[in-house]
Design a binder for this molecule. Structure first.
Ligand code: ZN
Length: 305
C-alpha cells in the first residue's frame, strides 16, 4: 500500500463543532467564522444540519447561515440530513449547497439515543433518501458513527460496520465516513479496519472522522493514512463532540492535523495560518480557550531557531 501524498480535509467545525456548544452562537458569528475558514482554501466544509430546531437549537439557524455565507465556488458545502423531512427542507435550499451527509450509528443503543430509531429503520430511511438526493445531483456521504466502539455496548465489530457501509454503497452513497464518535479507537484497530475496508469497498471514497476525546485522534489519523485513507474530517479549534453520552468532547483539531500532514509533506491545500486565525476568532467570539495544540504553539517554523 502506497501512502497518499495528497489528502482532502472536510472542515466540520460549523456543524459538528457548533452543534455541541453549550450556548447558542449568534448567526452573525457563524457567518464570520465560516467565511474565515473558507478563506483558508478548504474544498469541503460541512456548514449546517437539517435536524429539528427543538432537538438541536444550536443549529436552528442553518437555512439563514446557508443563505448568508459568501464563500469561493471552489468549496463544496455539505449539510447533515437526519431524515426524509430534513431532506425535503434542504432541497428547498438546493442552490446553497452541494453535498449531503447522513448518519447512522453502528451500535443499536447509540443510534436510538442519538436519532431515536433502530439501525434498521435508519438504513431503510437512507434507502429512500439517497436516490432522491442523487436525482438532485447531490453527492452523498453516509457516515457510520460509533464505528470503532460504542460507549454503551463496547466493541463494535468491523464486520457490522463494513456490512452497513456495503449497503450504503449499494444505495448509491459515493463516500463512506467512519466516525469514532466518542474517541474509543486505537491506532492498530484503525489500521486493521481500514485495510479491510479498502479491500471490501474498492473504488469507494472512505473518510476518517476521529474525535480526540482521549488524545488518540492524530495517532488514529496517521494509522488510517498509512493504510491509504486520503479523506479526513476535522474541526477547527478541536470544537465538537457528540450529544450522547455527555462529556464526549472534541473532534480532532484541524490545525493539529494540518500541522502533522504539512510536516510529513502530505499535501492538503489548506492554509494552516488561516485556520489558526479562524480558531483565534472562534476563541474570541466564544469567550473561551479552545483545545488545539497548534493554536497555542503556532506552526512549526524552522527558521526561527
Ligand atoms: Zn464527529
Amino acid at each position: 500500500m502506497s501512502r497518499p501524498q495528497q489528502v482532502s480535509i472536510r472542515e466540520v467545525g460549523p456543524r459538528d463543532g457548533f452543534q455541541n456548544e453549550p450556548d447558542l452562537i449568534p448567526t452573525d458569528d457563524k457567518v464570520r467564522l465560516i467565511e474565515a475558514l473558507a478563506a483558508a482554501g478548504y474544498t469541503r466544509m460541512e456548514v449546517a444540519s437539517f435536524v429539528r430546531p427543538d432537538v438541536i437549537p444550536q443549529l436552528a439557524d442553518g437555512v439563514e447561515v446557508l443563505r448568508r455565507i459568501q464563500v469561493p465556488d471552489t468549496i463544496r458545502l455539505s449539510v447533515l440530513i437526519p431524515n426524509e423531512r430534513g431532506l425535503g427542507n434542504a432541497l428547498a435550499e438546493r442552490e446553497h449547497f452541494h453535498d449531503i451527509g447522513l448518519v447512522v450509528s453502528a451500535s443499536e443503543t447509540h443510534n436510538r439515543l442519538n436519532i431515536n430509531r433502530s439501525v434498521e429503520e435508519s438504513m431503510q430511511a437512507s434507502a429512500r433518501l439517497i436516490p432522491r438526493a442523487l436525482a438532485e445531483g447531490l453527492h452523498c456521504e453516509a457516515i457510520i458513527a460509533t464505528a470503532f466502539g460504542c460507549p454503551y455496548e463496547g466493541e463494535v465489530k468491523a464486520d457490522t460496520v463494513l456490512g452497513l457501509a456495503q449497503r450504503f454503497v449499494e444505495m448509491g452513497a459515493t463516500e463512506i465516513g467512519f466516525g469514532d464518535t466518542t474517541g474509543m479507537a486505537n491506532p492498530w484497530q484503525v489500521e486493521d479496519f481500514f485495510a479491510r475496508a479498502f479491500e471490501r469497498l474498492p473504488g469507494v471514497e472512505l473518510t476518517a472522522h476521529f474525535h480526540n476525546t482521549r488524545g488518540q485522534g492524530l495517532a488514529n489519523a496517521l494509522a488510517a493514512l498509512n493504510q491509504g485513507c486520503a479523506s479526513f474530517e476535522s474541526s477547527f479549534g478541536e470544537l465538537g463532540g457528540c450529544p450522547v453520552p455527555p462529556g464526549s468532547t472534541g473532534n480532532i483539531a484541524t490545525e493539529d492535523l494540518l500541522s502533522m500532514f504539512s510536516e510529513m509533506g502530505v499535501e492538503t491545500g489548506v492554509d494552516l495560518p488561516a485556520v489558526i486565525d479562524a480558531a483565534r476568532l472562534a476563541q474570541h467570539l466564544l469567550g473561551r480557550k479552545l483545545g488545539s495544540h497548534t493554536l497555542v504553539a503556532g506552526p512549526v517554523d524552522w527558521h526561527r531557531g
